[in-house]
Design a protein around this ligand. Structure first.
Ligand SMILES: Nc1nc2c(ncn2[C@@H]2O[C@H](COP(=O)(O)OP(=O)(O)OP(=O)(O)O)[C@@H](O)[C@H]2O)c(=O)[nH]1
Ligand SMILES: [Zn+2]
Length: 229
Protein backbone atom coordinates (compact mmCIF):
# COMPACT_ATOMS: atom_id res chain seq x y z
CA UNK A 1 0.00 0.00 0.00
CA UNK A 2 1.39 3.43 -0.92
CA UNK A 3 1.48 5.68 2.14
CA UNK A 4 1.10 9.39 1.54
CA UNK A 5 2.95 11.99 3.62
CA UNK A 6 -0.23 12.98 5.43
CA UNK A 7 -0.94 9.39 6.40
CA UNK A 8 -3.45 8.80 3.62
CA UNK A 9 -3.24 5.95 1.17
CA UNK A 10 -5.07 4.95 -1.98
CA UNK A 11 -7.21 2.78 0.29
CA UNK A 12 -7.96 5.78 2.52
CA UNK A 13 -9.03 7.75 -0.52
CA UNK A 14 -11.44 4.95 -1.34
CA UNK A 15 -12.54 4.80 2.31
CA UNK A 16 -13.45 8.45 2.10
CA UNK A 17 -16.17 7.24 -0.21
CA UNK A 18 -15.07 8.74 -3.46
CA UNK A 19 -13.60 7.09 -6.54
CA UNK A 20 -13.68 3.38 -6.93
CA UNK A 21 -9.92 3.09 -7.23
CA UNK A 22 -9.03 0.80 -10.09
CA UNK A 23 -12.40 1.17 -11.83
CA UNK A 24 -12.34 2.40 -15.42
CA UNK A 25 -14.14 5.52 -14.23
CA UNK A 26 -11.44 6.59 -11.76
CA UNK A 27 -10.13 10.11 -12.20
CA UNK A 28 -6.36 9.83 -12.74
CA UNK A 29 -5.16 11.41 -9.48
CA UNK A 30 -1.55 11.56 -8.36
CA UNK A 31 -0.86 9.56 -5.21
CA UNK A 32 0.30 12.77 -3.52
CA UNK A 33 -2.91 14.60 -4.52
CA UNK A 34 -3.80 15.29 -0.89
CA UNK A 35 -0.32 16.06 0.35
CA UNK A 36 -0.81 19.81 0.34
CA UNK A 37 -3.57 21.98 1.76
CA UNK A 38 -6.03 24.00 -0.32
CA UNK A 39 -4.29 27.20 0.79
CA UNK A 40 -0.94 25.87 -0.46
CA UNK A 41 -2.53 24.82 -3.76
CA UNK A 42 -3.93 28.34 -4.23
CA UNK A 43 -0.48 29.83 -3.55
CA UNK A 44 1.24 27.56 -6.09
CA UNK A 45 -1.41 27.90 -8.79
CA UNK A 46 -1.38 31.66 -8.38
CA UNK A 47 2.32 31.74 -9.17
CA UNK A 48 1.82 29.59 -12.23
CA UNK A 49 -1.07 31.68 -13.57
CA UNK A 50 1.05 34.80 -13.07
CA UNK A 51 3.77 33.13 -15.15
CA UNK A 52 1.31 32.18 -17.93
CA UNK A 53 -0.16 35.68 -18.19
CA UNK A 54 3.26 37.33 -18.06
CA UNK A 55 4.51 34.99 -20.78
CA UNK A 56 1.51 36.02 -22.88
CA UNK A 57 2.68 39.62 -22.48
CA UNK A 58 0.06 40.86 -20.02
CA UNK A 59 1.01 43.61 -17.59
CA UNK A 60 0.02 42.29 -14.17
CA UNK A 61 0.56 45.71 -12.60
CA UNK A 62 -2.64 46.82 -14.32
CA UNK A 63 -5.43 47.37 -11.80
CA UNK A 64 -7.81 44.98 -13.49
CA UNK A 65 -5.22 42.21 -13.83
CA UNK A 66 -3.30 42.28 -10.60
CA UNK A 67 -5.82 40.13 -8.75
CA UNK A 68 -6.30 37.70 -11.62
CA UNK A 69 -3.74 35.02 -10.66
CA UNK A 70 -5.31 34.75 -7.19
CA UNK A 71 -8.85 34.80 -8.60
CA UNK A 72 -8.05 32.01 -11.05
CA UNK A 73 -6.34 29.93 -8.36
CA UNK A 74 -9.28 30.32 -5.99
CA UNK A 75 -11.76 29.50 -8.74
CA UNK A 76 -9.80 26.32 -9.60
CA UNK A 77 -9.39 25.01 -6.06
CA UNK A 78 -12.63 26.18 -4.42
CA UNK A 79 -15.05 25.94 -7.32
CA UNK A 80 -14.20 24.49 -10.74
CA UNK A 81 -12.09 21.59 -9.42
CA UNK A 82 -13.42 21.24 -5.87
CA UNK A 83 -14.83 17.82 -6.79
CA UNK A 84 -11.30 16.37 -6.89
CA UNK A 85 -11.29 16.28 -3.11
CA UNK A 86 -13.38 13.46 -1.62
CA UNK A 87 -14.05 15.58 1.45
CA UNK A 88 -16.35 17.67 -0.75
CA UNK A 89 -18.44 14.71 -1.84
CA UNK A 90 -22.08 15.24 -0.80
CA UNK A 91 -23.40 12.82 1.76
CA UNK A 92 -25.94 10.65 -0.03
CA UNK A 93 -28.40 9.95 2.76
CA UNK A 94 -30.94 7.27 1.90
CA UNK A 95 -34.31 6.38 3.44
CA UNK A 96 -36.45 3.26 3.45
CA UNK A 97 -38.84 3.09 0.56
CA UNK A 98 -41.81 3.21 2.95
CA UNK A 99 -44.26 4.24 0.27
CA UNK A 100 -43.30 1.13 -1.74
CA UNK A 101 -42.87 3.14 -4.93
CA UNK A 102 -41.79 0.53 -7.45
CA UNK A 103 -41.38 2.45 -10.70
CA UNK A 104 -38.34 4.33 -11.93
CA UNK A 105 -37.63 7.81 -10.61
CA UNK A 106 -36.11 10.26 -13.06
CA UNK A 107 -34.35 13.49 -12.16
CA UNK A 108 -34.03 15.28 -15.48
CA UNK A 109 -32.46 18.45 -16.84
CA UNK A 110 -29.80 18.64 -14.12
CA UNK A 111 -27.44 21.45 -15.06
CA UNK A 112 -23.89 20.30 -15.82
CA UNK A 113 -21.03 22.78 -15.58
CA UNK A 114 -17.76 20.95 -16.03
CA UNK A 115 -14.31 21.44 -17.50
CA UNK A 116 -12.79 19.47 -20.35
CA UNK A 117 -9.53 17.92 -19.16
CA UNK A 118 -7.94 18.17 -22.60
CA UNK A 119 -8.17 21.94 -23.01
CA UNK A 120 -9.47 23.18 -19.63
CA UNK A 121 -12.45 24.74 -21.39
CA UNK A 122 -16.06 24.56 -20.17
CA UNK A 123 -18.46 21.70 -20.74
CA UNK A 124 -22.06 22.91 -20.35
CA UNK A 125 -25.11 20.70 -20.56
CA UNK A 126 -27.80 18.66 -18.90
CA UNK A 127 -27.76 15.34 -17.10
CA UNK A 128 -30.73 13.03 -16.70
CA UNK A 129 -30.49 10.45 -13.93
CA UNK A 130 -32.82 7.58 -13.03
CA UNK A 131 -33.00 4.71 -10.60
CA UNK A 132 -35.35 1.94 -9.56
CA UNK A 133 -35.43 1.44 -5.80
CA UNK A 134 -34.42 -1.88 -4.34
CA UNK A 135 -35.57 -0.78 -0.88
CA UNK A 136 -33.77 2.53 -0.41
CA UNK A 137 -34.68 5.92 -1.79
CA UNK A 138 -32.54 9.02 -1.97
CA UNK A 139 -33.40 12.72 -1.62
CA UNK A 140 -34.01 14.20 -5.06
CA UNK A 141 -31.44 16.97 -4.64
CA UNK A 142 -28.73 14.39 -3.99
CA UNK A 143 -28.80 13.42 -7.65
CA UNK A 144 -28.17 17.04 -8.67
CA UNK A 145 -25.45 17.30 -6.03
CA UNK A 146 -23.64 14.15 -7.13
CA UNK A 147 -23.64 15.29 -10.78
CA UNK A 148 -22.20 18.61 -9.67
CA UNK A 149 -19.54 16.97 -7.49
CA UNK A 150 -18.10 14.86 -10.31
CA UNK A 151 -18.55 17.70 -12.82
CA UNK A 152 -16.23 19.84 -10.70
CA UNK A 153 -13.14 18.07 -11.96
CA UNK A 154 -11.12 18.17 -15.13
CA UNK A 155 -13.31 15.69 -16.99
CA UNK A 156 -14.14 13.69 -20.06
CA UNK A 157 -17.87 13.30 -20.45
CA UNK A 158 -17.75 9.51 -20.61
CA UNK A 159 -16.05 9.28 -17.20
CA UNK A 160 -18.41 11.83 -15.63
CA UNK A 161 -21.40 9.76 -16.79
CA UNK A 162 -19.98 6.55 -15.31
CA UNK A 163 -18.94 8.19 -12.03
CA UNK A 164 -22.46 9.50 -11.45
CA UNK A 165 -23.92 6.04 -12.02
CA UNK A 166 -21.34 4.26 -9.82
CA UNK A 167 -21.78 6.70 -6.92
CA UNK A 168 -25.57 6.29 -6.98
CA UNK A 169 -25.36 2.52 -7.34
CA UNK A 170 -23.19 2.41 -4.25
CA UNK A 171 -25.43 4.74 -2.22
CA UNK A 172 -28.67 3.04 -3.23
CA UNK A 173 -27.36 -0.53 -3.08
CA UNK A 174 -28.68 -1.36 -6.54
CA UNK A 175 -27.33 -1.75 -10.05
CA UNK A 176 -30.52 -0.18 -11.42
CA UNK A 177 -29.23 3.32 -12.10
CA UNK A 178 -28.87 5.19 -15.39
CA UNK A 179 -27.49 8.51 -16.56
CA UNK A 180 -27.62 10.36 -19.88
CA UNK A 181 -25.66 13.56 -20.40
CA UNK A 182 -26.04 15.93 -23.35
CA UNK A 183 -23.41 18.65 -23.27
CA UNK A 184 -21.60 21.22 -25.33
CA UNK A 185 -17.81 21.26 -25.20
CA UNK A 186 -16.41 24.71 -25.73
CA UNK A 187 -13.21 23.11 -27.01
CA UNK A 188 -15.30 21.91 -29.97
CA UNK A 189 -17.64 24.92 -30.17
CA UNK A 190 -15.27 27.86 -29.75
CA UNK A 191 -11.89 26.62 -31.01
CA UNK A 192 -10.48 23.73 -33.04
CA UNK A 193 -13.24 22.56 -35.35
CA UNK A 194 -15.49 25.45 -34.12
CA UNK A 195 -18.76 23.65 -34.58
CA UNK A 196 -21.08 25.78 -32.46
CA UNK A 197 -24.11 23.54 -32.96
CA UNK A 198 -22.84 20.08 -32.04
CA UNK A 199 -23.28 18.55 -28.61
CA UNK A 200 -22.14 15.24 -27.13
CA UNK A 201 -24.46 12.59 -25.71
CA UNK A 202 -23.15 9.89 -23.36
CA UNK A 203 -25.05 7.27 -21.42
CA UNK A 204 -24.54 4.57 -18.84
CA UNK A 205 -27.29 2.03 -18.17
CA UNK A 206 -26.91 -0.24 -15.13
CA UNK A 207 -28.92 -3.33 -14.18
CA UNK A 208 -32.56 -3.22 -15.31
CA UNK A 209 -31.85 -0.16 -17.48
CA UNK A 210 -30.02 -2.42 -19.93
CA UNK A 211 -33.42 -3.87 -20.79
CA UNK A 212 -34.75 -2.37 -24.05
CA UNK A 213 -38.18 -1.43 -22.65
CA UNK A 214 -36.87 0.06 -19.39
CA UNK A 215 -34.30 2.07 -21.31
CA UNK A 216 -37.01 3.28 -23.72
CA UNK A 217 -39.24 4.35 -20.81
CA UNK A 218 -36.37 6.38 -19.32
CA UNK A 219 -35.61 8.04 -22.65
CA UNK A 220 -39.32 8.84 -23.12
CA UNK A 221 -39.38 10.63 -19.74
CA UNK A 222 -36.32 12.64 -20.71
CA UNK A 223 -38.14 13.73 -23.85
CA UNK A 224 -41.33 14.66 -21.99
CA UNK A 225 -41.90 18.34 -22.57
CA UNK A 226 -43.91 19.37 -19.50
CA UNK A 227 -44.98 23.01 -19.42
CA UNK A 228 -44.60 24.45 -15.91
CA UNK A 229 -45.78 28.03 -16.44
N1 LIG B 1 -13.86 11.39 -25.83
C1 LIG B 1 -13.86 12.67 -25.44
N2 LIG B 1 -13.15 13.54 -26.15
C2 LIG B 1 -13.18 14.83 -25.73
C3 LIG B 1 -13.91 15.28 -24.62
N3 LIG B 1 -13.72 16.62 -24.51
C4 LIG B 1 -12.92 16.97 -25.51
N4 LIG B 1 -12.58 15.90 -26.27
C5 LIG B 1 -11.77 15.77 -27.48
O1 LIG B 1 -10.45 15.49 -27.14
C6 LIG B 1 -9.71 15.57 -28.36
C7 LIG B 1 -8.29 15.96 -28.08
O2 LIG B 1 -7.65 15.72 -29.31
P1 LIG B 1 -6.23 16.26 -29.73
O3 LIG B 1 -6.08 15.98 -31.19
O4 LIG B 1 -5.19 15.75 -28.79
O5 LIG B 1 -6.37 17.81 -29.43
P2 LIG B 1 -6.50 19.02 -30.44
O6 LIG B 1 -5.36 19.00 -31.41
O7 LIG B 1 -6.69 20.26 -29.63
O8 LIG B 1 -7.83 18.61 -31.20
P3 LIG B 1 -8.90 19.51 -31.95
O9 LIG B 1 -9.93 19.83 -30.91
O10 LIG B 1 -9.44 18.61 -33.02
O11 LIG B 1 -8.21 20.73 -32.48
C8 LIG B 1 -10.49 16.55 -29.24
O12 LIG B 1 -10.97 15.83 -30.35
C9 LIG B 1 -11.64 16.99 -28.34
O13 LIG B 1 -12.80 17.24 -29.10
C10 LIG B 1 -14.65 14.32 -23.89
O14 LIG B 1 -15.33 14.61 -22.91
N5 LIG B 1 -14.61 13.02 -24.35
ZN1 LIG C 1 -11.44 19.98 -24.75
Amino acid sequence: MFELKNGMSKENIEDRGDDHVGSSATTPLRVDAFDISDAEKIEKIQENVREILTTLGMDLEDDSLKGTPKRVAKAFVNELFSGLDPKNKPHLSTFDNNYKYGEMLVEKNIVVYSTCEHHLLPIIGRAHVAYISSGNVIGLSKMNRIVDHYAKRPQVQERLTMQVVQALQEALGTEDVACVIDAKHLCVNSRGVRDIDSSTVTSEFGGKFKNKDVKAEFLDYINLDTKFE
